[in-house]
Design a protein around this ligand. Structure first.
Ligand SMILES: NC(=O)c1ccc[n+]([C@@H]2O[C@H](COP(=O)([O-])OP(=O)(O)OC[C@H]3O[C@@H](n4cnc5c(N)ncnc54)[C@H](O)[C@@H]3O)[C@@H](O)[C@H]2O)c1
Length: 440
């Protein structure tokens, strides 16, 4: 049972020790909580119990994990029920996914909830942080815990939801910087969750009136981004037909305080923005902007390929190099990457597709069905077309001098040096900044 005096020294279970779970577990542990992490992956558990982080490219995380390990404030197990039994607060950050038909896939989190129910004791506060369809914390997970444990929701155990809003590569910074939105199933649940986050994260808190409000706010954030990127993509395509430079338009328009035009690009990927809109769409949101935005953004890969075809004609047998398997710059995350859409289409057109990504090994690139190509490989001189999909730092000073036969560079993120590329006799094309060939 949690009391106010015990708060800063409470035992906390963090269920799911992935990129987010391990980071919050390490932050809680460094803020004086005894953290019992649990994960089904025994390699992850073993690494953490050696004081090491299995997550790459997350500034500050290695140090936090090591410090927490040395102070004995962080340990990990594969037995979730055990971690839960030892704890007064349980934080769940196990993913909810989506299948190929865009149906919500609860398998992982349902299994975690079952384990929580078998370890939970009276007085425990359970907080869900995973992005989920509104209503699920209480009506799917809370109900299940109640049913399996025999404890009464809101009386014998407390339930809250607080979305994780951080950005990869700067999770620790964002945990301090972004206000934490918190909703509870009742007043006591909210009060306990708010006290916990105040001590455990030292961040600003936004208390909302219901669990559903907190759940809805996270999906709404993602839909906002998706719809606004789709709008930028739509305007960028139209700007091209008018010979207007969209990058200039954005700077000019956004000098007015109510205009927040986003940046157009070759596509939207990752495990958040292209996925979470379906948590509304599949739960009753009628046809409209949310769905349309998904379609517009997913069609950007076709648009980019059509642009190249307009310049070069058929892409059959052309050697095409895509830069970046990751969905975005500097993150090793291929989920729903636009590169996968590009590869599918180009392979159907019988182009020879190569992928370069300094964040992945050749074996990892091959596991996505792609042929890896190092930028140091002599074969770059045989490449006909380069498509920039993710602008990793490693590409900042990329020179195209060795791309002796390259006819066209499609800059999907509007980041490359147009003048330098053009000076080599290579056609430069981007998204929203040049007229297509037949319009010239
Ligand atoms: N990564 C991000 O940038 C980000 C940003 C905002 C919010 N989120 C939210 O955080 C969630 C987790 O993201 P992540 O990047 O940490 O995912 P991740 O894939 O890195 O980690 C998930 C972890 O959960 C473990 N797991 C799976 N089933 C389990 C079970 N039944 N019991 C215990 N552990 C289990 C996996 O082994 C894995 O280590 C996302 O689904 C999303 O809702 C993520």
């Amino acid at each position: 049972m949690i009391t106010n005096q015990q708060e800063a020294l409470a035992n906390v279970a963090v269920i799911g020790l992935g990129k987010i779970g391990l980071t919050i577990a390490a932050v809680f542990a460094n803020n004086n909580y005894n953290v019992y992490g649990s994960d089904i992956n025994k390699d992850v558990v073993a690494t953490i119990n050696q004081g090491k982080s299995h997550i790459v490219n997350e500034p500050g995380l290695d140090k936090l994990v090591l410090t927490a390990h040395k102070s004995k404030n962080l340990s990990a197990t594969t037995v979730t029920a055990e971690a839960v039994t030892k704890s007064d607060i349980v934080v769940v950050i196990v993913p909810v996914l989506i299948d190929n038909q865009y149906n919500v896939d609860y398998q992982l989190i349902d299994a975690a909830v079952k384990d929580i129910a078998s370890g939970i004791k009276k007085g425990t506060l359970v907080i869900f942080e995973t992005t989920i369809p509104p209503g699920d914390t209480q009506h799917r997970f809370g109900k299940k815990i109640e049913e399996l444990s025999g404890l009464r929701l809101g009386e014998d155990f407390y339930l809250a939801y607080s979305p994780e809003r951080v950005y990869s590569n700067r999770i620790i910074e964002d945990l301090k910087k972004y206000p934490k939105v918190v909703g509870g199933v009742n007043e006591k649940s909210l009060e306990l969750a708010v006290k916990f986050y105040k001590n455990a994260l030292h961040c600003e808190l936004i208390e909302v009136s219901s669990i559903e409000t907190a759940e809805f706010s996270k999906i709404a954030e993602c839909v906002y981004r998706d719809v606004n990127i789709a709008l930028a993509n739509e305007l960028a395509q139209f700007a091209e037909t008018k010979g207007v430079n969209m990058s200039e338009v954005i700077v000019a328009s956004n000098s007015q305080p109510y205009s927040h035009l986003h940046t157009p690009g070759i596509g939207v990927g990752g495990h958040c923005i292209p996925i979470y809109p379906y948590f509304f769409i599949n739960k009753g949101l009628k046809q409209g902007m949310t769905r349309l935005a998904r379609t517009i953004n997913d069609r950007m890969a076709n648009y980019a390929i059509a642009k190249i075809e307009k310049e070069l004609g058929s892409l059959t047998d052309k050697n095409i190099l895509i830069l970046g398997l990751s969905y975005r710059e500097n993150v090793k995350e291929p989920t729903k990457s636009t590169t996968l859409l590009l590869m599918d289409q180009l392979t159907n057109m019988r182009s020879n597709v190569f992928v370069n990504d300094p964040l992945f090994t050749n074996e990892e690139i091959k596991s996505y069905g792609a042929s890896p190509l190092s930028l140091q490989d002599k074969f770059v001189s045989e490449i006909d077309v380069v498509i920039l999909q993710a602008f990793h730092d490693a590409y900042t000073d990329l020179s195209f001098e060795e791309f002796k036969n390259c006819m066209l560079v499609l800059d999907g993120r509007n980041k490359l040096n147009k003048n330098e590329i053009s000076s080599l006799g290579i056609t430069y094309r981007s998204i929203g900044n040049e007229k297509p060939k037949e319009e010239l």
